[in-house]
Write a protein of this length. Structure first.
Length: 503
């Protein structure tokens, strides 16, 4: 076995004898092009830096060229000669004479950026090798406080940062390009049912107010416990995953593609979420499902619904205290493999900040998390719907409707979010505020108060409200929804005067 392995690997050099990947000729050709025509520097300076060169001397030359060019001066072998006469790094390759040789050996380069990308790609490979060696060495050490899962998380964070530095296609975008993209978005909304530009939540009135959930937006859905945050988020996630979108094929025809949703549940297990959705869609009480206390008819209904639900692209990750970096890695992987339409996070205060380190100030820690979620939304170009707790200040007021100031450990939550929504159910508070007869209160006065309370309870029964308190791209306002507590299901609200005539 060992001899066979040795034979298979005999053509490969020993790991310790491998040289770091580099291309000296590409570095020389790039520098020669810059010395011959300083405009070449502008074509690579947006992504290429001095420390990206494998040869330190080449990095010093590139840096010196940049300093002169950015001052509006000419960078040539002559203007750089004085700077490098006494430079020790350059002396190893021939001193200032080396600059003259670079300029003399210049060959016209058609695509300077191509050479810049070669230098940059090799730099990333060297960094990747160093990172891999560090991961191996740290894994061998037994005296570290960090366990293996934390080491994996930190490695993922470092890999992401390395991948992020490799994005060389950014920079300024022509207005006409941005304008074309805006027109395409408007056209998509015009052609779509309901005139929705973003991902439809499936709730008619809410979609009309928001225009759907827009790509690259961070949306905060906040509320006090028992208001139905998770229920509403689960309803939206299911409705999105069960829908399909129109995509334009290569031949110009339009095809339907299923939507894909990633649901990161830090509070509930995947099985609990699945039970909720099963209850919502089968209309069988969730507590009856948990106890198995259902009739044969209900059981058959549940089985039938489960078959239909198994085909939707809803992916649940119930890792507790997941970090921003781990979430980003898993979401990127899902988008690459299946596509991605929406990310749901339940809820952000339970997440670990980037890098896994705990900040001394909880507000700063939550701010790091919201900034990380906003970065994920922009990078993956999908809406991120993050749930958030509200402070107890709501309970101290007579009017329990939440306000932006109630956001718990708000920090940058309000600032980073494109949309802030609150879910509010007045029924919850009214049921816990049954009037008690006051001392020396007349019976008729007490009955009047009690009747008023009963009337309010009847008006609020089975209703919820979504309050849009901030919307960067549109109006604010509130929309009513129906709510069934038995199945934790929200639905579109239809006023009595809009009910269809069934005669």
């Amino acid at each position: 076995m060992n001899s066979a392995l040795a034979a298979l690997s005999s053509d490969e050099p020993e790991f310790g004898s491998r040289l770091p990947p580099a291309n000296t000729e590409a570095e020389q050709a790039l520098l020669a092009a810059i010395l011959a025509n300083n405009l070449a520097y502008e074509k690579v300076s947006d992504f290429l830096q001095a420390d990206h060169f494998a040869d330190q001397a080449h990095g010093r030359i590139y840096e010196a060229c940049g300093i002169l060019i950015e001052r509006g001066q000419l960078a040539t072998a002559v203007t750089l000669k004085n700077k490098f006469d006494q430079d020790g790094d350059l002396a190893q390759v021939g001193g200032s004479q080396y600059l003259a040789e670079l300029a003399a050996n210049y060959v016209n380069i058609v695509d300077v950026r191509h050479y810049g990308r070669i230098v940059y790609d090799l730099y990333l490979r060297r960094q990747l090798i160093d990172l891999g060696e560090d991961v191996v060495n740290e894994a061998y050490r037994h005296d570290l406080e960090l366990g293996a899962p934390q080491q994996i998380e930190l490695a993922e964070e470092r890999l992401y940062r390395l991948a992020e530095t490799g994005q060389t296609e950014g920079g300024l975008k022509e207005f006409k390009t941005a304008l074309r993209e805006a027109i395409e978005l408007t056209e998509a909304a015009y052609k779509r049912d309901g005139k929705i530009a973003g991902v439809a939540t499936g709730f008619r009135d809410l979609d009309a107010l928001l225009g759907g959930l827009h790509s690259s937006d961070l949306l905060i859905l906040a509320g006090r416990p028992s208001m139905g945050k998770t229920a509403l988020a689960t309803n939206i996630a299911f409705k999105v995953a069960a829908s399909r979108r129109l995509e334009r094929a290569a031949d110009g025809s339009e095809i339907e593609e299923p939507e894909t949703v990633a649901f990161f549940s830090l509070e509930m297990s995947a099985e609990q979420l699945a039970s909720r959705i099963l209850s919502e869609q089968s209309e069988v009480r969730s507590d009856s499902l948990r106890r198995g206390d259902i009739s044969r008819e209900d059981f058959e209904k549940v089985v039938d619904v489960s078959r239909r639900l198994s085909t939707i692209r809803l992916y649940i990750d119930d890792t507790p205290a997941i970090s921003v970096s781990a979430m980003r890695t898993r979401a990127r992987r899902l988008k690459r493999q299946q596509g991605l339409s929406l990310i749901v996070v339940d809820y952000l205060q339970l997440m670990s900040p980037p890098g896994g380190s705990r900040a001394e100030n909880r507000v700063n820690e939550v701010s790091e998390i919201t900034r990380g979620l906003k970065a994920i939304a922009k990078e993956l170009n999908v809406p991120v719907l993050a749930l958030s707790q509200l402070s107890r200040a709501v309970e101290q007021r007579e009017d329990k409707r939440p306000q932006l100031s109630d956001l718990r450990e708000s920090g940058s939550i309000e600032q980073d979010a494109d949309v802030v929504m609150f879910v509010f159910r007045e029924q919850y508070y009214l049921e816990r505020a049954e009037p008690q007869r006051r001392e020396n209160e007349a019976e008729d006065k007490y009955q009047e108060r009690y009747s008023h309370w009963q009337q309010r309870c009847e008006e609020a029964y089975g209703l919820g409200e979504v309050i849009v308190a901030k919307q960067r791209h549109g109006p604010i306002g509130s929309r009513k929804l129906t709510f069934d507590g038995n199945t934790t299901r929200f639905g579109d609200y239809v006023p009595d005067d809009h009910l269809p005539d069934v005669r």
